[in-house]
Structure formats: C-alpha cells, structure tokens
Design a binder for this molecule. Sequence first.
Ligand SMILES: Nc1ncnc2c1ncn2[C@@H]1O[C@H](COP(=O)(O)OP(=O)(O)O)[C@@H](O)[C@H]1O
Ligand SMILES: O=P(O)(O)OC[C@H](O)CO
Length: 494
Amino acid sequence: MKESYLLAIDQGTTSSRAIIFNAQGGVCGIGQEEFSQHYPEDAWVEHDPEEIWQTTLNSCRKAIADAGLTAAEIAGIGITNQRETTVIWDRQTGRAIYPAIVWQDRRTAKHCAELKSQGVEELVARRSGLLLDPYFSGTKVAWILDNVDGARARADAGELAFGTIDSFLLWRLTDGAQHATDATNASRTLLFNIHNQSWDAELLSLFNIPSSLLPEVKDSCDNYGECSPDLFGAAIPICALIGDQQAATVGQACFTPGMVKSTYGTGCFVVLNTGSKALSSKHRLLTTVAYRINGEVTYALEGSIFVAGAAVQWLRDGLKLIGSAAETQPLAESVASSNGVYMVPAFTGLGAPYWDPDARGAIFGITRDTGIAHIARAALESVCYQTRDLLEAMRGDGADFATLRVDGGMVANNWVVQRLADMLDCRCERPQVSETTALGAAYLAGLQLGVYASLDEIAGLWQCEAGFDPAMNELDRARRYTGWKNAVARVRTS
Ligand SMILES: Nc1ncnc2c1ncn2[C@@H]1O[C@H](COP(=O)(O)OP(=O)(O)O)[C@@H](O)[C@H]1O
Ligand SMILES: O=P(O)(O)OC[C@H](O)CO
C-alpha cells in the first residue's frame, strides 16, 4: 500500500519547525529555523511576521528534502502554532501593518485593569472561558487598531484582516484565498463564545473590535484549501489547524475526559480533557477548546505558565551561566539541594493560577555559598513548583488523575521529569515521539484525509518511552513547596 506522508508545520515562539510523519507517527524529515525575538520596551515582545513566514517556508522545504520526497508525495498539511500571538495585515498586499504582538507581551495590562474595573470579568469568563489578562489576543488587536496610524479607519472600511499565526500562515500559503482559523485558536482571543462556537457581538463591542477583521472559524480538521503550487512544487491540501497546546493534547492521545498532558517549551501548559462539558474553574484555570471535530467540541481546563524553558534560556543567553540548556541536568545533579534558593521566573508577570501581569521575577535565599549549580537547580525546580500550582488547582476543581503525560524540549532532561514526579506526587510519562505538538497536527490532517478512521485508532499509536514514579517523602515535598509559596507571595502585586 502507498505510504501516506503528512507535513506538520509547528510555528512556535522561538522557532519554526516542519516535520514529515508517516502514518504510524514516525518522523521522516525535519526542518527547523529559529527567528528573532524583539523586546522594544519593558514587557513588550514582538516577532516580525515576514520572518515567521520565511522561516516557516524554509523549514517546510528543508523537511521535504530531508525526507527525500517531493511535494506531490505529501498527502496533506496540518498547521499548529504559538497561540494568542496577534497579526493584523492588509488584505490587498498580505503585509502586516505592525509586528506580531506575542502572547508573552504585557503592554495591554492597563487596558485589562480598566476593563476589570468596569466589572465585566465575569461576563468575559462566562462567554470566552478566559480571564482579562494581556496574554490573550483581544486587547492586543485593540492596541494595534488604536496605535497604528489610520488602522481603525482601514479596519472599518474592511481593508484589514486579523489572525493568530495559524490564520496568517494559512492566508500566505493559499495566496489570500483562505481567511480562516480553527475553534481552538479562536478560543484564545477573548472574542469567541466557546459555548455557541461563534464570534460574540457583545465581546467584540467590549473590546471595540470590528467584525470585518475576523477569520471564519472552522473545525480543527477541515478543508482549508490547498497551498499555492509554486511554494513547494505542488499544491498540497491543508487539512488541519490547531493551537500548539491543543495539538500536543492530540499528539499525547489525551482523548478521554480526565486525561492530562503538560508541555515544557518556552512556557508550560497543562491541559486536562473535560469531554463535551465546558467546566468553569473555581481556581482561575482557563476553559478552552481542546479540539473540534465534525462540529463536536471537546473542552479542556488549562493552566498556563509563561516561563518554563525560557528560564533556562535566560541562564544561557542572559546570565551566560551555562553554554547549553542540557548542561542544567549535570549541574542540578552536582548538588544535593538548591540550598534554600528559590527562583520565581516571573519575567513577564505570573500566569495561572495567579494572573498577576505586574509581578516580576526574583531569586531568594542566596548566601555566600550559593553557586551556579544552585541557581540552575532552582530554575529547574521553579518549573516543577509552578506545575504543582496548576495541578493543585485542577485537583481543587475535581480532577482526579494518576498519570501526567509530559513533552516539550525541557523533558529531555531526566532530572526535571523525576523532580516533577516527586513534587507532584504523580507518575510522569514521556512518549516515544517527543514532537507531540507537530504529531498532533499531523494526526488531525490524517483524520481529515481518512488516513485514520478515528481518534481511537490514533490513541492506539501512543507509546511510553519512559515513566518516572514519585520517590520523595511527603515531609520533604511539603517543606519545599511551602518555601515556593512563600517566594511567590513576595513577588505578587495583586
Ligand atoms: N535538556 C534540557 N534541560 C532543560 N531545558 C531544556 C533542555 N533542552 C531544551 N530545554 C529548554 O526547552 C525549550 C525548548 O523547547 P521547545 O519545545 O523547542 O520550545 P518552543 O516550542 O517553546 O520554542 C528551551 O526554552 C530550552 O531552554
Ligand atoms: O511556542 P510555545 O510552544 O512556547 O507555545 C506557546 C503557547 O501556545 C502560548 O499560549
């Protein structure tokens, strides 16, 4: 039988990646390019949309060549992306009118505070499943309209289009033929009603955003047209769009209510499948769309942490304490403990469950004996403690799970995964295919094309590479976690 090759585009926060999978989920070719991060002001984070586009194209071309294939041999494309990051472009030229405002960007903190003071947070949460935080796209769209000369008038005249990165790439890949997004990406904008699955007129008016800007919202696997043949040498059908954390949920085959995954890239995102019910959290977690297939929505509770691997990057690029991220493992292992040092990496505020955009990072407990190894260990531990914060919140909302499926660049570090199991008091499982985000997008493209008959068939492909069981005694666990809570209390502003 002819092999079905699926091309997944994974447009992440720090790099664009393309991976070609075969139908068994095996990796056949990879292309990856990093791109620049721009920090024009304190707590502002921007990307150049042209760089996002170019690195995506280059990665796809590299992956196709790496697999030894031609574009005509690829059955379909699935796109997954850093979520919330906001682009507004000119419908005529396809060029962005302002850089992409990245999910980590906090410039709209004041706007969010103003909206909160109007008492609308409850309405926003009920409709969108989200909180009023600069993390999400809504206030970023409004900021561009209000700060780029002539943008609001041009938006009102229908000349501009808004999209998250999936939409922007889709527009470019199809030469402007498709202006669409999927329900998972729409559910991160603050403008989408997750219950009736449509853009919400009241939310649009609250954020002062004209509906003429908006993409059509489709299923996560759907007919998204074809990429223009001159890009890769043949037209390839685009069959799936899905936000990266939701894609990892699919790649980890968390299809049953109660299953949970946690991804450790730049940030960390824990997603708990809640099935056909949109549960609302009592502990400031987000209610979001996990995936939408054939019009049927599967919901999730999500905990989002803004800084995970980014703390390791900071040790490497900011402080230059280490030469590579991988060095943190032997460093952490070289000392018996972090010696009372706690790092709270709130570089861009605190995400769930604190939602404090004005908090900033700190390192506590430094003494004359503190060395690089203690700091590195404290950075890795901060990621474990933050995950514990999220799991406590999920357990408080009634979740009951025995295993956490983990993935992302950071879980290559065995010390981190063992520490996670210890701090969470929960078994952590790392899958055979580490590229779960790209894999999830490929699976959905395959589902749309009929390569897979059902999610059950996809679930049957998941394999555990390594399991990590908790090995810390309860007293130690509790003592360390109390130390973390004290450290967090000291950086909080609200
Ligand atoms: N061995 C390691 N130990 C700790 N952190 C690591 C290790 N390898 C990679 N990382 C961190 O993981 C992140 C990269 O993960 P990745 O999933 O590629 O991120 P993203 O998709 O957000 O760009 C980086 O922030 C890096 O610092
Ligand atoms: O690019 P990542 O993997 O850090 O993911 C970013 C998230 O989608 C932000 O919500």
